[in-house]
Design a protein around this ligand. Structure first.
Ligand SMILES: Nc1ncnc2c1ncn2[C@@H]1O[C@H](COP(=O)(O)OP(=O)(O)OP(=O)(O)O)[C@@H](O)[C@H]1O
Length: 409
């Protein structure tokens, strides 16, 4: 996460996780699936495990909540020895989200979210209030979604419910195993943005597994590139890994998109977000027109942007209810500059509207701002060795890692 993001962030609620010489050999296997992994996952950070299929990412992650018991080694969570705790209690204190949400099909959305609070014997009114709060937090209208069944939701909505369920009892640690692996790239980008947005407030410790290096760069405060048997090939910030891959195998993961990944490192909140006049649908069109130079944004009752409008649209309008035009693709303050650039290009506009927590209007980012940021980034990296010299180009000696970039298994 950038310095800027840190300064606008909430207090850390996560705790440190330490893996100390942890190994796992599955019954009947001769070689370990995970061999002697030691790493410290700092409190309040997102650490992404990335590596080829079968490298042991899931096994390593599941040993943290003891869905898989380590064969040897020690794990501490917030200073407590995880292996000496009651495994059920431990799991209730760790959020867990998986691909496609992993929802129980016979339970409603509300019942799915309430699973852990119920196990913890919260009273009914507290559970109902928490379910409503969480649905709101993950961008689903509680009135509309609480009583639906998972099959009545889109893939992206299921993933959101999966995240809400993982957050239900406000655990300090979240384990996320390819939680956005089964949705289309646009929804995936949105879900990633929302997770970043949530994390800026929550500052939990999140361990995130993915095959997708771009996703790792976008989400990770740190990335652990894992090789066979979960051997840690490199464990560092995305910036450091992009600039200096530890060896050819890591360079293979980073791939040829390395220079473009730089755009994935900067966030919309790191650049100048400009303001535009705003009004709610119940406000006076004439009064709004008087405040508009170029164009303005109409907000709904929850301050979420719904349409844009200029003075010509407002001329003679009786109300702001139906005037203006839809906004098209929006970005959030947590979106990357790459996302913002894509949104602007997709809409063929000179700017795109930015939303903050819970989809509230935050301002606009313009193409000029993006171009300035890209120039500054280029100037900053002018002294760096060319990409090829830095070893960022996949060369023929690198083992093929065919599925590393595929969005799902
Ligand atoms: N229950 C099991 N019994 C035996 N071997 C297993 C079991 N689960 C996983 N393995 C093996 O352990 C190794 C690591 O698997 P794991 O699922 O942790 O890898 P991964 O990196 O998460 O892979 P993917 O990205 O494909 O999910 C693989 O060789 C796998 O076949």
């Amino acid at each position: 996460m950038t310095e800027n993001a840190q300064s606008s962030a909430g207090a850390v609620s996560g705790v440190e996780i330490v893996l100390d010489h942890v190994s796992k050999t599955y019954p009947g296997q001769k070689t370990p699936a995970v061999a002697d992994v030691s790493m410290t996952i700092p409190a309040g950070e997102i650490v992404v495990f990335v590596g080829p299929s079968g490298s042991g990412k899931t096994t390593t992650m599941r040993m943290i909540n003891r869905l898989i018991e380590p064969t040897t080694g020690k794990i501490t969570i917030g200073g407590k020895d995880a292996l000496s705790l009651d495994a059920n209690k431990l799991r209730q204190s760790i959020g867990y989200a998986i691909q496609q949400g992993g929802l129980f099909p016979h339970m409603t959305v509300a019942q799915n979210i309430a699973v852990v609070p119920k196990l913890l014997k919260w009273d009914r009114s507290r559970i109902t209030a928490r379910v409503t709060e969480l649905l709101d937090l993950v961008g689903l209208d509680p009135d509309q979604f609480a009583d639906r069944y998972p099959r009545q939701l889109s893939g992206g909505q299921q993933q959101r419910v999966g995240v809400a369920r993982a957050l239900a009892a406000d655990p300090p640690v979240l384990l996320m195993d390819e939680p956005f692996g089964a949705v289309d790239p646009i929804t995936r980008g949105l879900l990633q943005d929302e997770l970043m947005q949530l994390q800026a407030e929550m500052r939990k410790t999140i361990v995130f597994v993915t095959h997708d290096f771009g996703e790792a760069v976008k989400l990770g405060d740190r990335i652990a590139v894992l090789g066979e048997q979960s051997r840690i090939l490199q464990y560092d910030t995305p910036e450091a890994i992009l600039a200096n891959p530890a060896n050819d195998t890591v360079a293979g993961f980073v791939g040829q998109g390395a220079s473009l990944q730089q755009l994935n490192l900067m966030r919309v909140r790191d650049v100048d977000i400009e303001d535009r006049p705003t009004a709610h649908e119940g406000d006076s069109p004439a009064e709004f027109a008087a405040r508009i130079d170029d164009w303005g944004v109409i907000l709904d009752a929850r301050d979420r942007p719904i349409r844009w409008t200029d003075r010509a649209h407002l001329d003679g309008a009786a109300s702001l209810k139906n005037v203006g035009l839809p906004l098209g693709e929006l970005v959030t303050t947590a979106s990357t500059l790459q996302d913002a650039l894509e949104a602007i290009l997709a809409e063929r506009n000179a700017s795109t509207v930015v939303t903050g927590p819970r989809g509230r209007y935050a301002g606009v980012v313009t193409i000029e701002t993006l171009i300035d940021a890209i120039r500054a980034m280029r100037d900053q990296h002018r002294g760096d060795p060319p990409i090829a010299e830095a070893g960022l180009v996949v060369n023929s000696t690198v083992e093929p890692v065919a599925d590393v970039d595929s969005p799902s298994r």
